[in-house]
Ligand binder design. Structure first.
Ligand SMILES: O=C(O)CCC(=O)C(=O)O
Ligand SMILES: [Fe+2]
Length: 327
């Protein structure tokens, strides 16, 4: 299904000025950076176009992902996580679901060196094209050109951080991962695809097909992140919210549409589990602001989030999110 052209309210930022060399693009780059800053302040979400990832490659991987999910369950079960391995940093994702759930199903892809998942061999090309989309040795480092790293640099500037700070802080790509998702059509009784949540990681990049259903909460209203041809959706995660003491890790959800399966690929820029996360001095003592969060070890937070899935609390207010560390 073709993606919408106009795209609705959520900002669409043109990254073309960043892909040209030379000084002539300086003003355009500053304008695009300003648009990202505004989008982060307003929504914690935006979409980028002209990011350099070939549109045909994105479309092909989404099609192959759809073909993968259309395979019989026995075939899909072959790529289930390796028994006994754990992926404690999966930003709240539980182990591979045993079977098609009624809302969605997903395939997680980690760095093969972590030994967590097996890569699909079917359909032909899916494995290779995934590797073309992500770098061969890590997962979320969308490459050639490395749009993930570029967006991280733009965010670094928007946040007023010293040049290269995030690159250094978030320099270890080995805990990044990707989730390929398929959502089932809504039924008359139920349309929840993914309940409202915030991403626990640093930055998330989403490729989606033309069906739609991803929504962002802003001032109490849900704003659709409508599909825009060739675009990548970018959202800030909890790590950025804590580091900056103010930027928004936006609440979002997926609402299933009637009569259509939806496919998306979410790439999670994740920090190393042994990293400490806390509001940076630039946003606290240096400007006379009190920190809003206490210091925590990233892997501890991820384990707590994982428990939300493995041992769901009976009361919704007991679900662990970043408020757990609020001061
Ligand atoms: O499928 C999508 O568009 C978004 C998925 C999502 O929010 C997540 O995996 O955290
Ligand atoms: Fe999410």
């Amino acid at each position: 299904m073709a993606a919408a052209k106009n795209g609705g309210a959520l900002p669409v930022v043109d990254l073309a000025p960043f892909l040209t060399t030379g000084d002539e693009g300086g003003i355009a780059r500053a304008t695009a950076t300003g648009a990202v800053r505004e989008a982060c302040r307003e929504y914690g979400f935006f979409r980028v176009v002209n990011h350099g990832v070939p549109a045909e490659l994105m479309a092909r991987v989404l099609e192959l992902s759809a073909a993968f999910f259309a395979l019989p369950d026995e075939e899909k079960a072959k790529v289930r996580s390796v028994e006994g391995s754990e992926a404690p940093l999966a930003a709240g994702y539980a182990r591979q679901p045993a079977h098609s759930a009624d809302k969605n199903e997903y395939l997680l892809a980690f760095d093969p060196q972590l030994g967590f998942n097996r890569y699909p061999h079917k359909p032909t090309g899916f494995r290779l094209d995934l590797k073309a989309l992500v770098s061969c040795d890590t997962i979320a480092n969308i490459l050639d050109p490395p749009v993930g790293v570029l967006i991280q640099e733009i965010l670094n500037e928007c946040m007023g951080l010293p040049p290269g700070f995030l690159k250094e802080y978030n320099g270890d790509r080995s805990f990044d991962f990707m989730a390929a998702l398929r959502y089932f059509p809504a039924t008359a009784e139920e349309n929840n695809g993914i309940s409202e949540h915030q991403d626990g990681n640093c930055i998330t990049f989403v490729l989606q097909d033309g069906v739609g259903g991803l929504e962002v909460l802003k001032d109490g209203a849900w704003v659709p992140a409508d599909p825009v041809e060739g675009s990548i959706v970018v959202n800030l995660g909890d790590v950025i919210q804590v580091l900056t003491n103010k930027m928004k890790s936006a609440t979002h959800r997926v609402v299933r549409k009637p009569a259509a399966h939806r496919h998306s690929l979410a790439f999670f820029f994740n920090i190393h589990g042994d990293k400490w996360v806390e509001p940076l001095p630039e946003y606290t003592e240096k400007i006379g602001e009190a920190p809003r969060y206490g210091r925590f070890l990233y892997k501890e937070y991820q384990l707590l989030r994982m428990r939300n899935k493995t041992h769901p609390p009976s009361r919704p207010e007991d679900v662990v999110d970043i408020k757990h560390y609020a001061i």
